[in-house]
Ligand binder design. Structure first.
Ligand code: C2E
Ligand code: MG
Ligand code: MG
Ligand code: MG
Length: 288
């Protein structure tokens, strides 16, 4: 009972709820303003072929630096964007920036070995009838080849697919865009969607990778996911690889690709240009 708690506790409870609401409203307004002014930027994290060490793809990750709040992490502003109806605009701005940037890198730095681009798309986005059409338009605008584009989606999307979401998935798939299942293993325990949906790649969540060199349970889980993916003709990316030991273990177990601080954290454009030049030189030295 509120009465039994006394007035001071009630006041504290109320004011903290109020503060949370206020903070959320402020974030929402500030995010809307930032999107209107196109102030969000993109960092890129390499996804690396475990056998060759080559950069196979770059994952685009949204960054928001606010003059007073500082760097606001995506885990804070993405849910705000989803609730406030801003996620469609946000995803599109990131997608467009990333398509232009990776097209430039492929033309200038990697003409013979183009890198792929991975972009995160919110499940909310797929519920909109205009989604597939907008992506086609954006690809024409930017000249980015759909065969190099992958959308990272979560298990949640595949479990409660509406007819609209399914139509979007089909249309984009037909364009040649691949789908990668992000944070695999953390969403739902049901694997049934893998029977009907053609995703090309599973990205094993970093919570599994963290423990592979310490606990045998994590290692066993990752082995099972690798075996299952192989049987389903899917590729596997390990997320959150932080140590040489984890990299070596994944290489021994036949994991295809890896991403994580061990190779490189998400980085701004100039840093990634350097990484791409480095890897490209290495590839030529090796093959010639
Ligand atoms: P995600 O797609 O699973 O991205 C991977 C996250 O793991 C990134 O966090 C990355 O910085 C982090 N990470 C990568 N390697 C390591 C590692 O070795 N150790 C650790 N501890 N972390 C690592 P980030 O950039 O904070 O993004 C968080 C999430 O926000 C993303 O998770 C994604 O779900 C979402 N997100 C980011 N950008 C976008 C976007 O443009 N649109 C949408 N819809 N979601 C986005
Ligand atoms: Mg992702
Ligand atoms: Mg992930
Ligand atoms: Mg995630």
């Amino acid at each position: 009972h509120a009465k039994a708690r006394g007035p001071s506790q009630t006041a504290v409870f109320t004011s903290s709820m109020y503060e949370r609401m206020l903070r959320r409203t402020v974030l929402e307004d500030e995010l809307r303003a930032a999107l209107n002014q196109h102030l969000l930027s993109v960092h890129y994290q390499p996804i690396v072929d475990v056998r060759t060490g080559e950069i196979a793809s770059l994952e685009a990750l949204a960054r928001w630096f606010h003059p007073e709040l500082g760097e606001v992490p995506p885990d804070t502003f993405i849910p705000v964007a989803e609730d406030a109806g801003l996620i469609i605009e946000l995803d599109r701005q990131i997608l467009k920036q990333a398509c232009l940037q990776v097209r430039f890198w492929n033309a200038q730095v990697r003409p013979r070995a183009p890198v792929h681009l991975n972009v995160n798309i919110s499940a909310v986005h797929f519920a909109h009838t205009t989604f597939a059409g907008a992506v086609m338009h954006l690809l024409e605008d930017t000249g980015f080849p759909p065969s190099l584009l992958r959308f990272e989606i979560t298990e949640r999307l595949l479990l409660d697919r509406s007819p609209v979401a399914q139509a979007n998935l089909d249309a984009l798939h037909q364009l040649g865009i691949q789908f990668h299942i992000d944070d695999f293993g953390t969403g739902y325990s049901s694997l049934s969607y893998l029977q009907e949906f053609t995703a090309s790649t599973l990205k094993i969540d970093r919570s599994f990778i963290r423990g592979i060199d310490q606990t045998s349970r994590s290692a066993e889980m990752v082995r099972i996911i690798l075996a299952m993916a192989k049987n389903l003709n899917m590729l596997v990316v390990a997320e959150g690889v932080q140590t040489q030991q984890q990299w070596a273990w994944l290489s021994r177990e036949g994991c295809d690709q890896a991403q994580g601080h061990y190779f490189s954290p998400p980085a701004p454009v100039d840093t990634v240009t350097g990484l791409l030049q480095e890897r490209f030189r290495t590839a030529h030295a090796d093959s010639g």
